[in-house]
Design a protein. Structure first.
Length: 351
């Protein structure tokens, strides 16, 4: 029960409330693991509770928030520079995930989210030329960029993070976005020296659901990315019925639909997000949420429960569809790399 107690105390803090009898060392360790420490600090500060914390906890949380704000300003400057280079060659890139948040959030809230990298999307026919343009200002490829379908990771030693350059996002057997799919209802966003495109709130939320539950296999693994649940909380805060319906329709395939429901149910339970009942209903979503809590309490349960998840009829149907897809050349999922991720890989920010 201790692990769940520490998680519950962290969730209380993320709601802006003070936990009753927290073990602050364990709560902060979990906040660090989930990359939510700046968010915890900001929400306690906004609620006026930061000064009531033990002095060492108070000092630590303030320091993390301040340093993360400084790092995010460096990342924003880096993003602005990269977009300006693309603008000069006729490209307005689309900002994805953390990049979209960083460019659109209020400056006084810029320290609240930790970013691992900058995700940017360009049209497929701009992929190689964009790499050349970024290389001209000092970027290097972490791995050879052979195909536009595979994101290119570019880095410079002086920067706070890498750039992940995409031409599409998702998986053909579930949900896949091309540049034009996102650009059609995206909004221009102006940085200090450049212009980019910001996907709609529905698209941003669907990308986070797709990234964690399907691409990252969190649905199969029973993992939670709490930082991304906080992102979803922000994105859906002002959703109307039409936007919820649009999000629901994007995940039409049964396996993807079950994964979406599980994540939204987790968001509702953990962060009190107001999600319509229809989008969290179903036995599978409840079982998968319960399974996530079991794995937090007893981590050794992850392996057998993941094996059990792979017998889910909707997952087996998705594997058959993927095997029959021409792009997969008869290969079914999960492939070798997917198996490594399912059973052996410890990933950043996951619990």
């Amino acid at each position: 029960m201790a692990r769940l107690n520490h998680l519950n105390d962290l969730l209380v803090g993320l709601q802006g409330d003070m936990p009753a009898t927290p073990d602050w060392a364990r709560v902060i360790a979990l906040a660090n693991k989930t990359l939510c420490t700046p968010a915890l600090s900001a929400r306690l500060m906004d609620a006026g509770h930061l000064a009531a914390l033990p002095s060492d906890v108070h000092t630590f949380l303030r320091e993390i928030l301040t340093r993360n704000e400084q790092r995010n300003q460096r990342l924003l400057d880096q993003l602005d520079e990269a977009c300006a280079v693309m603008n000069a060659h006729g490209t307005r890139p689309i900002l994805l995930k953390g990049s979209a948040w960083l460019a659109s959030t209020d400056p006084d809230r810029r320290g609240q989210r930790m970013l691992a990298d900058l995700d940017i999307m360009v049209p497929t026919d701009h992929f190689h030329t964009t790499i050349e343009q970024l290389s001209a200002i000092g970027y290097q490829l972490e791995f050879p960029a052979l195909r536009p379908e595979v994101p290119a990771v570019l880095w410079r030693p002086q920067d706070a993070g890498t750039i992940d350059l995409h031409t599409g996002y998702g998986g053909g057997e579930t949900l896949f976005y091309q540049f034009t799919d996102l650009a059609c209802d995206a909004s221009p966003i102006h940085l200090s020296g450049s212009t980019a495109l910001l996907p709609s709130a529905v698209a941003c939320a669907s990308i986070l659901l797709l990234h964690d539950q399907l691409k990252g296999r969190d649905y199969l693994r029973g993992r939670i990315d709490l930082r991304h649940l906080i992102d979803i909380q922000h994105l859906v805060a002002n959703f109307d019925d039409l936007q919820w319906q649009q999000l629901d329709r994007l995940f039409r395939q049964p396996y993807a639909h079950n994964a979406m429901k599980t994540q939204l149910l987790t968001a509702r339970k953990m962060l009190r997000i107001d999600v319509p009942d229809a989008l969290v209903a179903g036995v599978r979503a409840r079982l998968q949420y319960w399974r996530r809590l079991v794995q937090i309490r007893w981590p050794m349960a992850a392996l057998p429960l993941t094996l059990l998840s792979m017998l889910d009829p909707s997952y087996l149907a998705a594997r058959r569809e993927a095997k029959q897809a021409p792009a997969n050349n008869g290969k079914s999922l999960p492939r070798r790399e997917s198996l490594k991720r399912l059973f052996f890989r410890s990933e950043l920010g996951k619990i």
